[in-house]
Design a protein around this ligand. Structure first.
Ligand code: FAD
Length: 312
């Protein structure tokens, strides 16, 4: 007979790992299914706004979350969830990449988001060989090199600023005239002598032999080639929610619609973190919403027998 979990948690970032800690402490049998451990927090070298944790590399903080979840009793499976189905008996079936099926009384969705790509030739080919989606993580690799950052929001401008301290030259390429980034950061970037800002420009192709060598741009003055060693795509993140489409209500950005306690439209399915409509995408917020969703999930499973003060 297939094993039935109390809770299946999709995603092992801050939200999923915290949910794991909370449901484990309520003695619920839980399985965290995730492609990796740590999620996007792993991408930051210095997380300094997780209260009480001081400044530390994101992966170190996430490893502590992981050890705690495991220590309290969460089980882990490293796989991609490809589909969630509601069964006629009210339980859920999760289909994993490779064909395995997991059965659970409840599901907590904590699958975060993924960096958006621009979709030009060369982008996928050179990912990890000159193309990066995280300036904060990969900037140190480009000391003394020429770099380009694509985007116009805070992560692009902050990334370009960080790169300008290491690279000999940094281009910031933005498809519009106006920037969404905070004016104060943009001013700092404009004051950097080794930064060139190119507006109203789109990337046509990322060119190279074995690694990135050239960027082909379309500007209002025609097409241009610029020599670069690294291209940083910083155009935001997207929520990949195809595996729950049709079952769970999503907004136009594919974010899971939740109420204040993480309930979705489907009784028994909860959601937390960056994957939800919560507008503030931060590690501490994901952790907090993971805890909230876990407590609500416990209440759903236990009904009137639920003891809700978690510190007992
Ligand atoms: C470069 C960078 C720097 C940042 N710096 C900070 C900072 O300094 N401070 C701060 O508070 N926040 C920071 N953030 C934001 C923070 O990282 C996110 O808010 C946080 O990681 C969200 O946690 P989460 O658990 O909701 O999602 P994620 O961390 O995105 O975790 C989601 C998890 O789900 C898994 N997953 C996704 N889909 C599936 C699937 N179908 N099946 C199985 N598993 C799946 C993923 O592999 C991942 O493990 C930063 C983000 C970036 C990109």
């Amino acid at each position: 007979m297939t094993e039935l979990y109390d809770v299946a948690i999709v995603g092992a970032g801050a939200a999923g790992l915290t949910a794991g800690i909370y449901v484990s402490r309520k003695k619920l049998k839980n399985l965290i299914i995730s492609v990796d451990v740590g999620g996007l927090t792993n991408l930051t070298n210095h997380i300094e706004n997780y209260p009480g944790a001081g400044t530390q590399p994101g992966p170190d903080l996430m490893n502590k979350f992981f050890e705690e979840a495991k220590g309290f009793g969460s089980q882990f499976k490293y796989a991609k969830v490809e589909k969630v189905n509601k069964q006629s008996d009210g339980t859920f079936e999760l289909l994993l990449e490779g064909g395995e099926k997991i059965s659970s009384k409840t599901v907590i969705l904590a699958f975060g988001s993924l960096p958006k790509m621009i979709g030009v030739p060369g982008e996928t080919k050179f990912l990890g060989r000159g193309v990066s989606t995280c300036a904060t993580c990969d900037a140190p690799l480009y000391k003394g090199k020429v770099t380009a950052v694509i985007g116009g929001g805070n992560s692009a401008v902050e990334g370009a600023l960080e790169l300008s301290n290491l690279a000999t030259k940094t281009y910031l390429i933005h498809r519009r005239e106006e920037f969404r980034a905070d004016p104060i950061t943009l001013e700092k970037l404009k004051a950097s002598p080794n930064v060139e800002i190119i507006t109203n420009a789109t990337v046509l192709e990322i060119i190279g032999e074995k690694k990135v060598e050239t960027l082909k741009l379309k500007t209002s003055f025609g097409d241009h080639l610029i020599k670069v060693d690294g291209v940083f795509i910083e155009i935001g993140h997207e929520v990949k929610a195809d595996f729950i489409k049709g079952l769970v209500d999503l907004n136009a950005q594919n974010e899971v619609i939740v109420d204040l306690v993480g309930k979705t439209n489907v009784p028994g399915i909860f959601a937390a973190g960056d994957a939800t409509i919560n507008p503030y995408k931060q590690t501490v917020i994901s952790a907090g919403s993971g805890a909230t969703a876990a407590l609500e999930c416990y209440k759903y499973i236990m009904g009137s027998k639920a003891i809700l003060s978690d510190w007992k």
